[in-house]
Each structure stands twice: as C-alpha cells, then as structure tokens.
Design a protein around this ligand. Structure first.
Ligand code: ASP
Length: 309
C-alpha cells in the first residue's frame, strides 16, 4: 500500500483493503509477534470532537506495537481555545510524532491538514464526510462474518450525515456487493455519493424507506445512529428521532445467518435484547478496531522510512 495519508476510503483499491485486512488477521492471530515493532515511535492524537472507540483503539493499537501516544487533549484545554488554526496545530504536533490521527467536526479538515504535514495523517472522522479507518474495521468484520463477495448488505439510519456510511459505501464498490440503503427521505445519502456509487463499476445500489422489503435478503444489516449533533435544527432531528429501530420481533423476517453491525455509539436503534442473539456483531466489530488499526499503523509507519522492513 503506497499512500502518504489516509483521508477517504475512495483512495483505497481492493488490493489496499486486502493488504490491511490480511495484515490485521495476522496480527490478531499473534499480537505478541509485533509487540516491539514500533518501540520508541509516537502517534499524535488530535481529537477536536468526542470519541471513545476510535481514540482508545488507536491508543491501544500504538501501545501494542510497542510505541506510545502524545495526545492534544480536549479542545478546551489546548491552544485551539486561544484561536490557533488547524494548519498551525498539525505543523506543531508533526514535530513531536511519527504519525497523526485527526478527528474534526469540519468536513474536509483532514484533507486540508494533510497538506501541511510530511508525517502520515490518518482521518479519524471529518464532520459528515468520511471515516476510513472505521470502514476498514467494518470490512474486516464483514469478511469474518459474511464474506466480502456475493454480499447483500442493508445500511440503515442516518445516511445523510453518517460518515461511516459514506466511507463504507465507497469501499464496498471494490467488491461484489449489493447495497440497499434504508432511511427516511430526509436522511437519504447525499446525491453526490449516490452519483459516485452509480458510476463505480459493479455497484448495485438501491434506496428504500422501509426495512421490511429488503430484510429477508440481507447477509449484513449495518445500523447507524441519527447524528443529532449535525442537524442544523433540533426540530428536524425530533422529526426523525426514534425511527428505524430494530428489536427481536423485527428480526423474525431475517435470515438465520444475518449479521447485525453498528459503528457505535448506539442510542435506541438496536434493542438491547438483540445483544444476546447470534445476529449481534457490533461489540466484536468495536474490538476489531485494535488489530485493524495496528495493521494500518504498521503499514504507514513502515512507509514512513524507519520501519524494520
Ligand atoms: N463513532 C462513529 C463516528 O464517529 C459513529 C457515530 O458517531 O455515530 O462517526
């Protein structure tokens, strides 16, 4: 894989994706083999928006590779509060770290920031834009549970603001996947994403307002949270809040082999009773963040020059 930065899943070919997933599988099978691989190397964490899984799994991944992290901390406690620009912040922190992970509320922030740094910059979510490292762990989970080819997947919830959805949809065009998008009309995929998906070779995509019509055909159902913080108007959020929830009864129409995923955090989209069923893969999915991010860091740090290989 030859990329300076990881900004969107659009830049990833099928071969790139397979390289990361295969490396993650190797690491998952024997994490001790890489325990000192990146000793003395530092990962800079710049999170301008809340995060639990992404931030902690990057930190865990770097430490399990023998390295460590330097963390900007919260926006409130950093110089951002004094009015520092993102370009200045990343230029400063690249002097402390071998790679950077950036999450920012503004779509496009990661692209802009990457133009100011020479160390690899990994986009950990830019507003309603993209979240490519989440996509890689999603693909890893899909590959383990259902396989990535001849896949029928339903992606449901907030498709307009959900960055994990945008990234996943683009990445799946590399595989033989039929994608069914289920949402209220007001939260459909952005039209430019639909256009791109139609253009992409092999993309079989359909949009629906009801899960019922597609549920029986699905191998994977990827449920998402309504992204309340991205709505310009709380009333608009209230109109769609609570729609598209699934419970054990909903799943009576599903195939026995259905895999249910969610990038988390969930609010009320998936009833807790589903957690105990064979369908639920969302905690496994969150745990897969560690080997997948170890693999990514390993690949990017090697390409940075001082790696073992
Ligand atoms: N954790 C994911 C994200 O950062 C999903 C979500 O917040 O709903 O995009």
């Amino acid at each position: 894989m030859r990329h300076d930065h990881l900004i969107t899943s659009k830049q990833l070919s099928r071969a790139d994706i397979e390289t990361v997933l295969d490396r993650a599988a190797e690491i998952d099978a024997d994490p001790s083999a890489v325990a000192d691989r990146h000793a003395n190397r530092l990962l800079g964490l710049l999170f301008f928006e809340p995060s639990t899984r992404t931030k902690m799994s990057f930190e865990t991944a770097m430490k399990r590779l023998g390295g460590d992290v330097v963390d900007m901390g919260s926006v409130e406690s950093s110089s951002v509060k004094k009015g520092e620009t993102l370009a200045d912040t990343v230029r400063v922190i690249e002097g402390y770290a071998d790679a950077l992970v950036l999450r920012h509320p503004k779509q496009g922030a990661a692209t802009m920031a990457s133009e100011f740094v020479d160390v690899p910059l990994l986009n950990a979510g830019d507003g309603a834009g993209h979240h490519p490292t989440q996509t890689l762990l999603d693909l890893y989970t899909i590959r383990e549970n259902a396989g990535l080819d001849d896949l029928t997947i339903g992606i449901m919830g907030d498709l307009k603001y959900g960055r994990t959805v945008h990234s996943l949809a683009y990445a799946l065009t590399n595989f033989d996947a039929r994608q069914h998008f289920v949402s209220p009309e007001s939260l459909q995929l952005p039209r430019e994403v639909v256009y791109d998906l139609h253009q992409a070779e092999g993309a079989g995509i359909r949009e629906h307002e009801s899960l019922e019509e597609v549920l029986p055909s699905l191998d994977v159902l990827y449920v998402t949270r309504i992204q309340r913080e991205r709505f310009p108007d709380e009333q608009e959020y209230q109109k769609v809040a609570g729609e598209y929830q699934i419970d054990v009864e909903t799943l009576e129409a599903a195939s026995d082999d259905l895999t249910i995923m969610h990038p988390l955090p969930r609010v009320d989209e998936i009833a807790p009773a589903i957690d105990e069923t064979e369908y639920a893969a969302y905690f496994e999915q969150a745990h897969n963040g560690v080997p997948v991010r170890m693999a990514l860091l390993d690949l990017f740090l090697q390409e940075g020059g001082d790696g073992d290989e």
